[in-house]
Design a protein around this ligand. Structure first.
Ligand SMILES: N[C@@H](CCC(=O)N[C@@H](CS)C(=O)NCC(=O)O)C(=O)O
Length: 215
């Protein structure tokens, strides 16, 4: 059995892992769950991943891993080349911190279930939901832009000239921002890193619009 990625084309946590698998040169199959139809809450998926969130990566022996950061770290440990993290502990902590600024601070408050709760339970209208989304992106992106714009370790990517864990998270977030008209002109460094990623097939292939089950 090959690697199977349980995912959804538009899910940004899934975009991260798709790009990581692509960067590592690992082949995988897709099983898709339409989130708006709550397919990720089906008994079949919950049996695989009780957390009920995509992505989940099913390994060759049937083991299922959840949580995109844990999956990417697992891929890094089992397939070290090309590296997603630098060698030195301090630099690894720095890159993980950048990745987590997106994956742990921005993404969770803009997740589908949060946006749905705002709309259906709290009566926030569509423009209000968009406002919420942009607010929390701005709260995370402004300090990231400030940090990265002056950091001597930044190269073509967040750290150096090769893409890594932080770029995977940033790329997925910027791609997701397109749906909510985030003004990226305020974040020239982050936009430049995203544009660099767009030159690499590993990232382009991971975009929602290039997913085999997009639509
Ligand atoms: N921390 C998790 C987040 C996963 C997550 O929230 N995935 C979203 C799609 S990007 C999801 O499954 N949402 C379903 C929902 O909100 O109901 C990770 O990094 O994998």
């Amino acid at each position: 059995m090959s690697l199977v990625l349980h995912n959804f084309f538009r899910s940004s946590a899934s975009v991260r892992v798709r790009a990581a698998l692509n960067l590592k040169g690992l082949a995988y199959e897709h099983v898709s769950y339409v989130l708006r139809e709550s397919q990720h809450r089906s008994a079949a998926f919950l049996a695989l991943n009780p957390q009920g969130l995509v992505p989940a990566l099913q390994l060759e022996d049937g083991t299922v891993l959840g949580q995109s950061l844990a999956i990417m770290e697992y891929l890094e440990e089992t397939h070290p080349e090309p590296a997603l993290l630098p060698a030195a502990p301090l630099d690894r902590a720095w890159v993980r911190g950048l990745a987590q600024a997106v994956a742990c601070d921005i993404h969770p408050v803009n997740n589908l279930r949060v946006l749905q709760y705002l709309g259906s339970e709290l009566g926030v209208d569509e423009p209000g939901v968009g406002e919420w989304f942009r607010h929390w992106v701005d709260q995370g992106f402004a300090p990231l832009e400030q940090q990265l714009s002056i950091d001597a370790r930044r190269g073509k990517f967040c750290y150096g000239d090769e893409p890594g864990l932080a770029d995977l998270c940033l790329f997925a977030q910027v791609a997701n921002n397109r749906r909510f008209d985030v003004d990226m002109s305020r974040y020239p460094t982050l936009q430049a890193i995203y544009d660099r990623c767009l030159r690499l097939p590993a990232f382009v292939d991971a975009l929602p619009e290039n997913h085999p089950h997009a639509g």
